[in-house]
Design a protein around this ligand. Structure first.
Ligand SMILES: NC(=O)c1ccc[n+]([C@@H]2O[C@H](COP(=O)([O-])OP(=O)(O)OC[C@H]3O[C@@H](n4cnc5c(N)ncnc54)[C@H](OP(=O)(O)O)[C@@H]3O)[C@@H](O)[C@H]2O)c1
Length: 285
C-alpha cells in the first residue's frame, strides 16, 4: 500500500481524503500542531520521518477576505509554506498533489476555464495560491488540482451555513452576479484518487459539473433540504462590501479530467443531493 501524507488532515478536504483512502493506503493526516507549514525544518523533519510516497497538500490559509489584511501570514502559509512542502517532497522522492483554486483566474473569460488559460489572480489568496502552484511544479511527478466552491457534510461550508441560517431563522442574502462551480469534498477526494491511480501529472481542473450562480446554489440547498419555505434575497458582490474581490465567472472546464479518468465529475445538483443525505448537512450542524 502507498504511504500518503495528507496536509490539512483535519480540514474539509483533508477529512474527505482520509475517508476516501482509508483501507487503500497507509495514511498520515497531519494538522497544524504536528506540521506547521511555516516551519521549514519541522516540515522537512516530518516528511523524512514519515517517508511518504505521496504528499497530498491541502493545508492552506483559506480565509479569502481576511487574507487582504493578512498578506504576510497568507504568503507565509500558501506561498512559502508550499515551497517547504515541495522541497521536502523532492528531497525524499515523494510525488506531490497540490490543491489549488479557481481564484488564480480573473473571471473575465466568460466561459469555463481550461488548464492552460492564462492566470491573473485578483486577490491576495489567489496570488499566494498561484505562487504555491509554481513551487509544486518544481517537484517531479507533481499534480496540481484546481478546484472551487467546496462543500461538505456538516463542518464549516456554504451548505451548512445556509442550512444553519435557515434553522436559526436568520435572513439569507446571497450574491447573484458571481458564477462559480461547486464541489462536494467527497467527490473531489474520489477524483484525486482516480487521478493518482491513473498516473496523471500536470494540472487538472476538478469540480462538480455545471456552472451555477451563488444565489441559485443557495436556493437549491434549501429546496433539496425540504426548506422551500425559506426565501433567498439576491444581492450583488459590490453590496456585500467584502474585502476580497471575486472573479465574476470562474467555472472550471473538467474535460481534461474526464478524458483522463474515463468519466466526468458528477453534476453539482446530484452531488448536493448526496451531501444532504447526511444528517449533519441537513441540520446545518
Ligand atoms: N474551500 C473552498 O471552497 C476551496 C476552493 C478552492 C480551493 N480550495 C483549496 O482546497 C484546499 C482545502 O481547502 P479546505 O476548504 O478543505 O480548507 P480548510 O477546511 O480551511 O482546511 C485547511 C487546513 O489547513 C490547515 N492549516 C492552516 N494553516 C496551516 C499551517 N500554517 N500549517 C499547517 N496547516 C495549516 C488548517 O488547520 P487549522 O484548522 O488548525 O487552522 C486546516 O486543517 C486548500 O488548499 C484550499 O486553498 C478550497
Amino acid at each position: 500500500m502507498k504511504r500518503i501524507l495528507i496536509t490539512g488532515g483535519p480540514g474539509m478536504l483533508g477529512t474527505a481524503l482520509v475517508r476516501e483512502w482509508t483501507g487503500r493506503a497507509i495514511l498520515f493526516p497531519v494538522g497544524i500542531t504536528q506540521f506547521d507549514l511555516r516551519d521549514a525544518a519541522a516540515v522537512g523533519d516530518a516528511v523524512r520521518r514519515l517517508a511518504p510516497q505521496w504528499i497530498i497538500h491541502t493545508a492552506a490559509f483559506t480565509a479569502v477576505d481576511l487574507a487582504e489584511s493578512s498578506v504576510e501570514e497568507c504568503t507565509a502559509v500558501n506561498d512559502r509554506g508550499t515551497a517547504h512542502v515541495a522541497v521536502a517532497a523532492a528531497a525524499c522522492g515523494a510525488n506531490l498533489v497540490y490543491v489549488s483554486t479557481d481564484y488564480v483566474f480573473d473571471g473575465t473569460k466568460g466561459a469555463p476555464y481550461r488548464e492552460d488559460d492564462p492566470t491573473n489572480p485578483i486577490n491576495v489568496y489567489g496570488r499566494t495560491k498561484l505562487a504555491g502552484e509554481a513551487h509544486a511544479r518544481g517537484v517531479p511527478g507533481h499534480l496540481v488540482v484546481r478546484t472551487q466552491g467546496l462543500f461538505s457534510r456538516g463542518g464549516k461550508s456554504f451548505v451548512s451555513a445556509i442550512l444553519g441560517a435557515a434553522t436559526a431563522g436568520r435572513a439569507i442574502s446571497v450574491v447573484d452576479d458571481v458564477t462559480t462551480g461547486v464541489t462536494f469534498a467527497e467527490d473531489l477526494a474520489h477524483g484525486i484518487r482516480l487521478l493518482v491511480e491513473a498516473g496523471a501529472t500536470g494540472t487538472y481542473h476538478v469540480s462538480n459539473t455545471g456552472a451555477v450562480v451563488w444565489a441559485d446554489f443557495a436556493r437549491a440547498v434549501l429546496d433539496e433540504a425540504g426548506r422551500a419555505d425559506v426565501p433567498v434575497a439576491r444581492t450583488s458582490a459590490a453590496a456585500t462590501g467584502r474585502a476580497a474581490k471575486r472573479p465574476p465567472f470562474s467555472a472550471l472546464d473538467g474535460a481534461k479530467y474526464a478524458a483522463t479518468v474515463g468519466a466526468p465529475m458528477p453534476a453539482w445538483r446530484d452531488a448536493l443531493r448526496r451531501c444532504l443525505k447526511d444528517p449533519a448537512a441537513r441540520t446545518g450542524a
